[in-house]
Ligand binder design. Structure first.
Ligand code: UD1
Ligand code: CA
Length: 469
């Protein structure tokens, strides 16, 4: 038994190839609910207080380690010869310390900390040599079956591929989460043999080993069998994704976020959405977004690592990546805010407007059809329809700076680097290549020529009538 209050060390097994996904990406890096599969068990185990946590890696070890660097210890199992072999290869880590070891499979993305705590609590009070998490399914499918003796005690786990028809009919399955007493575990691991359909060292065989030696094996049944979902195929990955997204949305709705259509909405676990925000249908919040109270986002909007301030409005069909929209601003419909964009308080970005590395000041407006890149635009400035910053000369990017309270007429072409002073006025249709001083008017277009009667003379020359319809 572990001393009360002492933390328990955990092993997460993630060395398998994920053969059934037929993918070059290691299985635990495939994502569900916007996070790599391994995040679920890792966060749950850490939230349950396990320390240290070691991840056993094998296939794609370098990629898995890179994705989770600094978050856990890593141990390489090479080559992976089965779940029992994975635990055996980590033996030096826990053999000395004794006590209780938590073992969790890395492909259980729905696992919750409460369930791990329930298994650990049962393990302590039941004084068992091993306690495992099980689930009762309508069809045990490819999972290992949990066999019980006539008194109801766990007697063995049989893998589906090795099971007799009677065993296959059992609906209680092994979820892949165990608390083990280290000393008997080490003895049982030493006796494992790969004599089974897959030629692997099964961790599950430890159970029958314990029972044969008269050691008690306890089990906790998951309240929600869905939590035992182990991802082996893309179908299961999609199931896990759906369940995780639903879980996240439920959490947010209970906290007071108005989600109009949970079936078409996705919000990442790393997003912060304040109560009182409204998320309209077909809207995706990916990565580390923040949406403040009173903001309305959607429909058909995707935010990636972006911030939306209080009462801001992100209208239909916008894409925002690494952008900040301050309180009360209005974006869209059909706007594209690219990385390092900041839209000030009560500013407005209208339809078919793209911003990149651009700061649009408080109350400034770019209402229609513009590209504003590498620009700083002062407060209250109006950027007319069709204004383009020519920020790229084919080799380098250059900045456009527009002071506060300026007026840029429609269809202006601002050739960077260029500065337009505070309160200045740029005539519609101008191509601006030189700086415009404060409060000046700049005209950068050919003077209009009017030739009276020219059109009538042409019609007469060609013998055509004026069209009225
Ligand atoms: C395993 C269990 C099965 C259980 C199911 C729950 C065994 C023998 N079977 O089957 O009883 O119902 O999980 O989902 O344990 N791994 C390693 N090293 C290896 C092999 C696997 O680290 O050598 C890792 C995998 O990356 C994976 C986990 O262990 O994260 C489980 O392995 P997997 O091959 O998915 O086992 P299942 O066939 O699903
Ligand atoms: Ca599995």
């Amino acid at each position: 038994m572990t001393r009360a209050g002492a933390s328990i060390q955990a092993l997460i097994l993630a060395a398998g190839k994920g053969t059934r996904l037929k993918s070059a990406l290691p299985k635990v890096l495939h994502s569900a609910g916007g996070l790599p599969l391994l995040e679920g068990p890792l966060r749950a185990v850490q939230a349950a207080g396990a320390d240290p946590v070691t991840v056993v890696v094998g296939h794609g070890a370098a990629d898995v380690e890179a994705a989770f660097a600094g978050r856990a210890r890593f141990l390489v199992q090479a080559p992976p010869l089965g779940t029992g072999h994975a635990v055996l290869s980590a033996r030096p880590l826990f053999a000395e310390s004794g006590g209780t070891l938590l073992v969790v499979y890395g492909d259980l993305p729905l696992l919750r900390k409460e369930t791990i705590e329930a298994v650990l609590a049962q393990h302590r009070t039941g004084r068992a040599a091993a306690t495992l998490l099980t689930a009762v399914l309508s069809d045990g499918a490819a999972y290992g079956r949990v066999l019980r003796d006539p008194t109801g005690g766990v007697s063995a786990i049989v893998e589906a591929k090795d099971a007799s028809p009677e065993a296959r009919a059992v609906r209680e399955i092994n979820a892949g989460l165990y608390a083990f007493e280290v000393d008997p575990l080490l003895e049982a691991l030493d006796r494992l043999e790969p004599k089974n359909a897959q030629g692997e060292y099964y961790l599950t065989d430890v159970v029958a080993g314990f029972v044969a030696r008269g050691l008690r094996v306890a089990a906790v049944q998951a309240e929600d069998p869905q939590e035992a979902l182990g991802v082996n195929t893309f179908e299961e990955l999609a199931q896990a994704d759906r369940a995780l997204v639903a879980r996240r949305l439920r959490e947010l709705m209970l906290a007071g976020v108005a989600i109009e259509d949970p079936t078409s909405t996705r919000i990442s676990f790393d997003a912060v959405v304040e109560p009182g925000a409204r998320i309209r249908p077909f809207t995706f919040l990916e990565g580390r977004c923040r949406v403040a109270r009173g903001a309305v986002v959607g429909p058909f909007v995707r935010l990636e690592n972006s911030v939306v301030g209080e009462e801001a409005l992100i209208q239909d069909h916008c894409l925002l990546r690494d952008a900040v929209v301050e309180a009360g601003a209005t974006i869209g419909p059909f706007a594209h805010l690219r990385p390092e964009t900041r839209v000030g308080r009560r500013a407005k970005v209208g339809n078919f407007v793209e911003l990149k590395k651009t700061e649009l000041g408080d109350g400034a407006k770019a209402p229609h059809l513009s590209y504003l890149g590498d620009a700083t635009i002062g407060a209250g400035t109006n950027v007319g329809a069709g204004t383009i910053t020519c920020n790229y000369d084919g080799a380098a990017k250059h900045r456009t700076t527009i002071g506060a309270g300026a007026f840029v007429g429609s269809d202006a072409t601002l050739v960077a680097p260029v500065r337009i002073g505070e309160g200045a006025y740029v005539a519609a249709g101008s191509t601006i290549t030189e700086d415009v001083p404060e409060d000046a008017l700049a005209l950068g277009r050919a003077r209009q020529v009017v030739k009276p009667g020219w059109a009538r003379a042409r019609r007469e020359r060609l013998g055509v009538a004026k069209r009225h319809r």
